[in-house]
Design a protein around this ligand. Structure first.
Ligand code: KDG
Ligand code: MG
Length: 420
């Protein structure tokens, strides 16, 4: 009788047939949707499906429409399951669908790594660098508050920093957290979306001061970014890019909402300030023209929102052809599982640029999530735990039930609804 193949032995020893798919919505400080896929051998993987403000839609989609289709499948068939959930639903793309695919995808990579006894970055092709360079956030109510926070980050070893300051005359304008611990959502005090004012004129008249003073105080060695959060029109963004050229930004983020990708051509024609976009994109199709026309420099899609490790890897490989680098979204509305998935991918991606970093978790979320990641000298270091090196404690999560919560909305001073 011929000897059984190695894969047969592996399958028998560690059956990767999916037996259970659990979906847990918890709020350890803020809401997260977590997927846990369990295989016959008992090996399980975890994934993040958090879509800020729409958590229950994702959870229902997963429980009702995805989980039943996964039972009995082989967890090793990551690509086939990805295609099955993408092409097989008929309704392609979309934030809810893609976040569900993403969570399943992360969990399957986690399982594959655990079965192989290797961290996921090894399965992707191995390390291309020592660690993952990050940019941290400095925000404040005044330029000097923001720069004091930036100074503290520089003292801790960060070499790239996003700078945001309140716009004078616009209380609570975007990007300014102060000492709020719950990021932008104000869960307990205001469960419905808070409203904030916006004036492009006031913003344009004040923003240059921040970067002029930052360069004067910190010199030329620190990289600075700035997030416009889609508040401008293309020609306004072009003007902002020109205003900021002397301060040599690493990139200007989300200058314009770009459902119409051609908007970035207009900005590009006027300024050499590098451009980044992508945190709300779900697939390569949302940024294909911007990438292939080289209208942007960094693509910021997140593993959770753009189809998981598999989705992000596809975007990274395509972007590499056009000198576009990846700079994945790293806000706290992504769970530590997403941060880990991205850190593994960043470590491998030949065209990695920089990773956004606002901490892996908080004191409360650390009661629920554990991860094999550390930060030192402005870099993330990924441990060699097999899989993603993350875990999710379901019992601890049960102590933190879901709380409805939304991001703010933005209105012009005359009341017109604007991009937040
Ligand atoms: O939920 C919205 C946040 O993820 C977003 O406001 C953060 O723009 C953001 C960023 O760049 O981190
Ligand atoms: Mg952003």
């Amino acid at each position: 009788m011929p000897a059984p193949s190695r894969s047969k032995i592996l399958t028998q020893e560690k059956s990767t047939t999916i037996t259970d798919v659990r979906v847990i919505v918890s709020s350890p400080g803020r809401n997260f949707v977590t997927v846990k896929i369990v295989t016959e051998s008992g090996i399980y993987g975890v994934g993040d499906a958090t879509v800020n403000g729409r958590e229950m839609a994702v959870a229902t989609y997963l429980k009702e429409h995805v989980a039943p289709c996964l039972i009995g499948r082989n967890a090793h068939q990551i690509e086939d399951i990805w295609q099955y959930l993408y092409k097989g639903v008929y309704w392609r793309k979309g934030p809810i669908n893609m976040a569900c695919i993403a969570a399943v995808d992360m969990a399957l990579w986690d399982i594959k790594g655990k079965v192989a006894g290797l961290p996921v970055y090894e399965l992707l092709g191995g390390k291309s660098r020592r660690g993952v360079t990050v940019y941290a956030h400095a925000t404040g109510d005044t330029v000097s508050d923001t720069l004091d926070r930036a100074g503290a980050l520089i003292d801790q070893g960060f070499k790239a920093i996003r700078l945001q300051t309140s716009v004078p005359g616009l209380e609570g304008s975007y990007g300014v957290l102060g000492d709020k611990k719950d990021y932008f959502e104000q869960q307990s005090s205001r469960p419905l979306p808070p409203e904030q004012p916006w004036s492009t004129r006031k913003y344009m008249n004040s923003i240059e001061d921040l970067f002029r003073e930052a360069r004067a105080r910190f010199g030329d060695d620190i990289a600075f970014t700035h997030d416009v959060h889609s508040r401008l029109t293309p020609i306004e963004a072009a003007r902002l890019g020109k205003i900021l050229e002397p301060y040599d930004l690493l990139f200007l983020e989300d200058a314009v909402a770009a459902e119409n990708q051609d908007s970035y051509r207009i900005i590009r024609e006027h300024t050499t300030t590098p451009l980044a976009i992508g945190e709300i994109y779900n697939t390569i199709w949302d940024c294909k023209e911007m990438i292939q026309n080289q209208w942007i420099d960094y693509i910021r899609t997140a593993a959770t929102h753009a189809g998981g490790i598999t989705g992000l890897r596809r975007i990274a490989e395509f972007a590499a052809l056009f000198h576009v680098r990846i700079a994945p979204h790293g806000a706290p509305d992504l769970s530590p599982i997403c941060h880990a998935a991205q850190a593994h991918l960043d470590l491998w991606a030949p065209n990695f640029g920089v990773q956004e970093y606002v901490g892996f978790g908080t004191e409360i979320s650390n009661q629920v999530f554990s991860y094999d990641l550390s930060i030192q000298d402005g870099m993330i270091f990924v441990g060699d735990t097999p899989g993603l090196g993350v875990d999710f404690n379901e019992e601890a999560a049960a102590d933190h039930p879901y709380k409805r919560s939304y991001l703010p909305v933005s209105r012009l001073e005359d009341g017109t609804l604007w991009s937040w």
